[in-house]
Ligand binder design. Structure first.
Ligand code: ZN
Length: 329
């Protein structure tokens, strides 16, 4: 047993219950939102998010990992307003999300740059974990970085290595946004292990976008958790295909390597109005797994034990192994 930081304070891993491993609450370009989306700052946005999270809790989910970091519009003051309105455990994250260059504030500052010095991101990520985010006492419980079609661009690599070092310094686990089309999960595993990360501390995100069982087994065989985490995103791959891949992985003995989620949000500025998002992607909401995916998994012969392994045991182990590897260092 170990503790995981949430918006309601530290929670025992044994009390995390059923976990959705990759979600968001608010997802935005913060600068755009400040300038053009006054509706985000209305009380209604907070109330709507809380209502959606409470419906999720009522459906039997106890915890979500919110993977909104720098580059995705993390806004902890708003999360702090949502937290008291829901009983759901919300784990927040630190790290940065880019497919190419580092965020502007890091462009000239760091090893070998105009203002030469140690990597500033490491200290910022560690402070988010050990002291709290942005002067609040709300601590991050997960690290996040990304690698997409562009591959290991210099900015992507710099962030990934900073995230890795923060994991080694704190024992907080990592989720990586990857793209299976370019097999970037394998690149992430290589870079993270070069920095001393135990790959059992890592969730390879967006594995569920792939039907390539061989690729998924290669990632899982290195000990990482696979994020089957975009249920409701249906432009490239359907729910039925996502479910069939999970069923095949379970049949091959990989139930201990899978965790599920939607990667959805309550509010985003990706569409002119929030109602446009919900209309454009009607199944991309917090209840899709409960309403549609779990019945389909049962139909595909997964047992209740399999479901508990994927929703309860595997996310718990993700946090516990990271804490254990840290204590053994
Ligand atoms: Zn995401």
């Amino acid at each position: 047993m170990s503790k995981v930081e949430t918006l309601r304070g530290p929670v025992d891993t044994t009390a995390l219950g059923k976990v959705l491993i990759h979600e968001h609450i608010f997802l935005m370009d913060m600068e755009y939102t400040y300038n053009y989306r006054p509706d985000f700052f209305e009380d209604q946005t907070i109330a709507d998010a809380a209502a959606r999270l409470n419906a999720l809790k009522a459906s039997g989910v106890d915890t979500i990992i919110d993977l909104t970091v720098l580059g995705l519009g993390r806004h902890v003051p708003s999360l702090a307003k949502v937290a008291p309105l829901t009983d759901l455990n919300i784990v927040i994250s630190t790290g940065a999300y880019t497919f190419d260059a580092v965020p502007g504030p890091f462009a000239f500052h760091g090893p070998g740059l105009l203002l030469d010095g140690p990597e500033p991101m490491v200290d910022l990520f560690v402070r988010d974990i050990t002291e709290g985010v942005g002067g609040t006492a709300l601590k991050a419980g997960e690290l996040k970085c990304a690698i997409d079609m562009q591959g290991l661009r210099p900015g992507v690599e710099r962030i990934m290595r900073a995230v890795a070092r923060a994991n080694v310094l704190t024992g907080v686990p990592i989720t990586v946004h990857t793209t299976p089309q370019a097999e970037t999960g394998l690149i992430a595993q290589r870079v993270l292990s070069e920095e001393g990360v135990n790959l059992e501390d890592v969730t390879i995100g967006h594995c569920g976008d792939s039907k390539d069982i061989d690729y998924l087994m290669r990632l899982a065989d290195k000990g990482s958790l696979l994020g089957m985490d975009r249920f409701g995103v249906e432009f490239a791959i359907t729910m039925e295909e996502r479910v069939a891949t999970i069923a095949e992985m379970v049949r091959r003995g990989y139930v201990g390597s899978l965790a599920l989620s939607h990667d959805c949000c309550a509010w985003s500025d990706f569409f002119p109005k929030v109602s446009d998002y919900h209309a454009a992607m009607p199944r991309h909401h917090y209840l899709h797994i409960h309403d549609d995916v779990i019945p389909a998994l049962r139909e595909a012969d997964l047992s209740e034990r399999d479901l508990d392994t994927m929703f309860i045991d595997n996310p718990r182990r993700h946090f516990e192994s990271a804490a254990r590897h840290f204590s053994e260092r």
